[in-house]
Design a protein around this ligand. Structure first.
Ligand code: PLP
Length: 404
């Protein structure tokens, strides 16, 4: 059986590596030489585990979604990352990275954010550790994710708007990289997904791998079998998916389903379905699939969901999809909105718009009745209520609530 793991130089098959300006070489090299040893230190493990338990609230429950299971005629478990402190999986990674930053003696933390969840998770761990925090965020995202901007400011972080390009996640990432180039000495850049130059994709996947580690023993306790038939997760850069897939990567009994945002439709020109529309190229420090023109200009992505609105995909996922190990499904804005509404009313859980894409993928999947599916419920939907209300006002105007 083929083993899926990153190699010495940071490649998964042909994807990955570290394509960085000379100025960043010392920082990235320092991380590369430190991260694996650091993660094995007993002192790190003790502090990481204790924060995950007492601060984040792990293990997150694995919940049997009975009504959803009935509707689809299959067994569906939800991995409840929405119940983590700060409301998404992002905190698993920021806790790991802030401990590494402290270990390296860094005093200043920068981050990029799309939906604001990674910005909030970073501002949170900076408050926890008493470190300065600057978060870059696209101006468009600042508008559509106002509650998270308020949370970051409350936590003492400085939110700096990225005003170039589509003014979303890609542009915020460009600004963060520019900042790092100008402040290489005292600054650690906490990347929020399995993207960027090696070692970030592998490092972030390892910090997030607690998700599938827990799924294994929780599923065994629930069903007597420690692996599901399929794991389904939405993919922006791909960190919640990487964490949910991690311990099943080399287990061919488990289907890996990566769900991307199709925006207004995969071929509408307004989409973020990178695995379909993307070609090989370099973005934000790694060789991967990205949406680009034939002369290498990045095509502006679009999704209603700020966390999936990114023209690239982590190199691990590019490899998983191109090699056939993972299946990619793309879901439109409209289908994600309807799925969010359905899940909320069937399970009493309001999922994040990003996560809603993973739920909508159920309509496009084939499975057997005795399959056990695990959906990574990457985050909660409080931040998306404006988008949900706009949708609800359209499909179910106030006062005409149907009696079902
Ligand atoms: C950030 C975010 C995502 C997308 O990021 P990944 O790195 O692909 O996981 C998905 N869901 C939620 C709730 C998020 O906050």
């Amino acid at each position: 059986m083929k083993t899926i793991a990153v190699d010495e130089r940071g490649y998964y098959g042909q994807f990955g590596g570290a394509y960085i300006p000379e100025m960043l070489y010392p920082n990235v090299e320092e991380l590369r030489q430190t991260y694996l040893e650091f993660m094995e230190l007993e002192s790190f493990q003790r502090e990481f585990q204790s924060l995950l338990r007492d601060y984040v609230g792990r293990p997150s429950p694995l919940y049997l979604a009975k009504r959803l299971s009935e509707r689809y005629g299959v067994t569906i478990y939800l991995k409840r990352e929405d119940l983590n402190h700060t409301g998404a999986h992002k905190i698993n990674n920021t806790i790991g990275q802030i401990l590494l930053a402290k270990h390296l003696g860094k005093k200043r933390i920068i981050a990029e954010t799309g939906a604001g969840q990674h910005g909030v998770a970073t501002a949170t761990v900076c408050a926890l550790m008493g470190l300065q925090c600057i978060v870059y965020m696209g101006s468009v995202d600042i508008k559509r994710q106002a509650p998270n901007v308020a949370r970051m400011r409350m936590l003492g972080a400085e939110v700096r708007p990225a005003t170039s390009g589509s003014q979303t996640l890609k542009d915020a990432t460009n600004e963060a990289i520019r900042d790092w180039i100008n402040n290489p000495e005292d600054t650690h850049y906490i990347i929020g997904s399995v993207v960027g130059p090696h070692p970030y994709p592998d490092m972030v996947a390892r910090f997030q791998s607690v998700i599938s580690e827990e799924i294994r023993w929780q599923l065994e306790a629930h069903t007597g079998r420690d692996y599901p038939s399929a794991v389904i997760a939405c993919v922006g850069g791909g960190s919640n998916a990487a964490g949910a897939f991690y311990h099943f990567l080399n287990d061919e009994r488990v289907r890996l389903i990566a769900v991307e945002a199709a925006g207004l439709g995969v071929h509408s020109g307004e989409s973020a379905a990178t695995s379909v529309l993307g070609t090989e190229g370099v973005i934000h420090g790694s060789r991967t699939l990205l949406m680009q023109t034939s002369d290498g200009q990045i095509v502006e992505p679009y999704s209603i969901s700020a966390g999936l609105d990114y023209p690239g995909i982590g190199p691990l996922h590019a490899h998983l999809i191109k090699s056939g190990r993972a299946e990619a499904i793309s879901v439109t804005d409209e289908d994600a909105l309807q799925a969010a509404l359905d899940v909320t009313r069937m399970e009493g859980i309001i999922p994040a718009l990003e996560t809603a894409h993973a739920f909508a993928a159920l309509d496009q999947m084939k499975y057997a009745a005795d399959d056990v599916l695990v959906i990574c419920l990457s985050g909660r939907g409080d931040k998306d209520l404006d988008a949900f209300m706009t949708y609800l006002d359209r499909v179910e105007p106030l006062g005409i609530h149907s009696e079902k």
